[in-house]
Design a binder for this molecule. Structure first.
Ligand code: MF3
Ligand code: CO
Length: 258
């Protein structure tokens, strides 16, 4: 089902998005060498509850997971790229951490992810991968104009990732979002321009380019959730929820404070 939000619902989406952006920014600031992934999960839970919002993850039990997820945020380290289930692990200098968070406010959800390097180390490959997913996300957002099609977004994202030299996995990508976290349409991270659903004001999309350094194959952990690169290589992921408006895309999941 594809949802088109009315102005009152869009206002709730803005509040959900701002909360996701602010929580991710705060968690990014607190994630340091020696931080445990389970601590990050506790901080996320506290901030969601404090704001009176609801976690989209804790009870989430899709067909692909050995659900329910049971945590409030995804924490992927290095080769873990999607659905990283928080576990008892202390971050080390140079770890590439991906945080992915979705919450709903008064029944409307927003979803975003950020990758960054922990500590003082500056591993060049990791920084290049993060930058590539961020540029791909920007390109996808720029293509998200009313009247354009989903394929235009996919093409814009895929062109950046391919030009940067990364293989692209098409099993998981972006998605519609609204009264639930995952909705149609699917937004693959590569595709042909001019194809697919036509974008219209009121449509909410989560765009999420993600890459693995040298493979397009995933393997799943024994926890039934965490998806890792099949080769053990590093990975990166950047995601925003956007609203299609008459004037173009409005990014909903930016932090509101510095
Ligand atoms: N937020 C992820 C996405 O971008 C989904 C995570 S589902 C979880 O689609 F339950 F595993 F957290
Ligand atoms: Co998402």
């Amino acid at each position: 089902m594809i949802e088109i939000l009315n102005p009152a619902e869009l206002e709730r989406a803005r509040r959900a998005g701002a909360l996701v952006g602010d929580i991710l920014q705060s968690l990014r600031g607190r994630s340091a060498v020696g931080t445990n992934l389970l601590e990050i999960d506790r901080w996320a839970k506290a901030m969601i509850e404090e704001a009176g919002a609801e976690s989209c993850y804790v009870d989430y039990a899709p067909s692909f997971g050995r659900g329910p997820f049971g945590h409030h945020i995804c924490t992927g380290v290095n080769d873990a790229v999607l659905h990283g289930r928080p576990r008892d692990y202390w971050l080390a200098d140079g770890d590439l951490l991906t945080l992915d968070l979705a919450v709903s406010v008064d029944g409307i959800a927003a979803d975003a992810a950020v990758s960054f390097v922990v500590g003082e180390a500056r591993p060049a490959e990791s920084l290049a991968m993060i930058e590539a997913t961020e540029r791909a996300l920007d390109a996808g957002i720029a293509a998200a104009l009313p009247g354009n099609r989903i394929g235009d977004i996919s093409h814009a994202i895929g062109s950046v990732l391919s030009a940067a030299g990364y293989p692209i996995n098409i099993e998981f990508g972006g998605h519609g979002i609204g009264s639930t976290m995952h909705q149609d349409p699917h937004v693959a991270n590569t595709g042909r321009p001019g194809r697919g659903y036509r974008l219209r004001p009121g449509l909410l999309l989560a765009l999420e380019p993600w890459i693995m350094a040298d493979t397009d194959e995933l393997v799943v952990d024994d926890d039934g959730w965490t998806l890792r690169s099949a080769t053990g290589c590093r990975t990166a992921h950047s995601e925003h929820t956007i609203a299609i408006t008459e004037g173009g895309a409005e990014i909903l999941t930016l932090p509101t404070r510095r």
